[in-house]
Ligand binder design. Sequence first.
Ligand SMILES: NC(=O)C1=CN([C@@H]2O[C@H](COP(=O)(O)OP(=O)(O)OC[C@H]3O[C@@H](n4cnc5c(N)ncnc54)[C@H](OP(=O)(O)O)[C@@H]3O)[C@@H](O)[C@H]2O)C=CC1
Ligand SMILES: CC(C)(CO)C(=O)C(=O)O
Length: 311
Amino acid sequence: MRILVLGAGGTGGYFGGRLAQAGVDVTFLVRPARAAALSADGLRLRSPLGDASLPVRCLTADALADAVAQAPYDLVVLSCKAYDLDSAMDAIAPAMGSGTAVLPILNGLRHYPLLDARFGAGQVIGGLCFISVSKADDGSIVHHGNAASITFGERDGASGARCAAFAQACAHAGIDHLHADDIAREQWIKFTFLATLAAATCLMRASVGGIVATSDGAGVITALYAETLAAAAAAGHPVPDSARATALGQLTRAGSPLKASMLHDLEAGRRVEAAHIVGDMLARVRAAGEPAPLLAAAYCHLQAYEALRTG
Ligand SMILES: NC(=O)C1=CN([C@@H]2O[C@H](COP(=O)(O)OP(=O)(O)OC[C@H]3O[C@@H](n4cnc5c(N)ncnc54)[C@H](OP(=O)(O)O)[C@@H]3O)[C@@H](O)[C@H]2O)C=CC1
Ligand SMILES: CC(C)(CO)C(=O)C(=O)O
């Protein structure tokens, strides 16, 4: 399977790097500054699952059409931030021939209608990932903790040769993965968990452990999670009881250092995916006719942060 990974930041750098390390045919589609750094230093991973320093193939958008003419890609793994989606879709467009699928691993759901409109729903696989990872100032990919998994599946429920081939590539690279038969269910389990985590940790500027150590912290997080569950139910994908229990356990664990990647971005003064994650969840709960005062407070806070950040 020939794979093109858009972006060599946290998630794309980690998963693409692990695939490349195992000898899978991977090329990174990156912007010029990242291409220069990757050509000079290779891709460096710092991870509890093993450090690596790898020579990797990379391309910039202007060279993609020629590369595709020589040999098309089977799969494009999309790992940009949501606010870069338009430019990322422009960049991958020359690779999106009729036999090429795109697998987004972004958080949230709002990118799917946009990808469908641009490339056709049949070419868009459902995906998500669980990992805590970032690109350090020196360009290396720093993985925090041991979790590093990808979940993917055809959105029409078909078993699909392309997902099977990607599952095989992940297995070959030792990447924890789930080829899901109901990807919408997995997406809603992740989206409700993540939107709660992002809203709570960004609003309180604290880890889960820091929040639940306060007098009402666990109750606030539980109430936030309940707001998001209403959106999942209204979408026809209610979060199963066992998944709720697991999520709430993680969201209210005493002493937990867990923070959303959005809080890491916020603490570093970077742009955040506020509209894509918390704002979109809020809109979905409201469209379902349910109250969402805590999501509204979190989204208000994030918008105020963005306004201050951009001056
Ligand atoms: N980080 C994490 O722990 C997790 C993140 N996620 C989700 O994954 C998604 C990606 O996050 P993350 O990997 O952290 O983001 P990063 O910002 O670390 O990486 C995104 C990369 O995409 C590149 N990119 C954006 N637009 C283009 C373009 N047009 N052409 C080429 N490259 C482009 C950026 O390049 P450049 O450097 O040039 O700007 C950047 O390196 C987000 O939706 C996030 O919420 C999900 C789970 C965990
Ligand atoms: C919750 C987590 C860490 C899981 O991957 C995540 O997706 C994020 O913080 O963006």
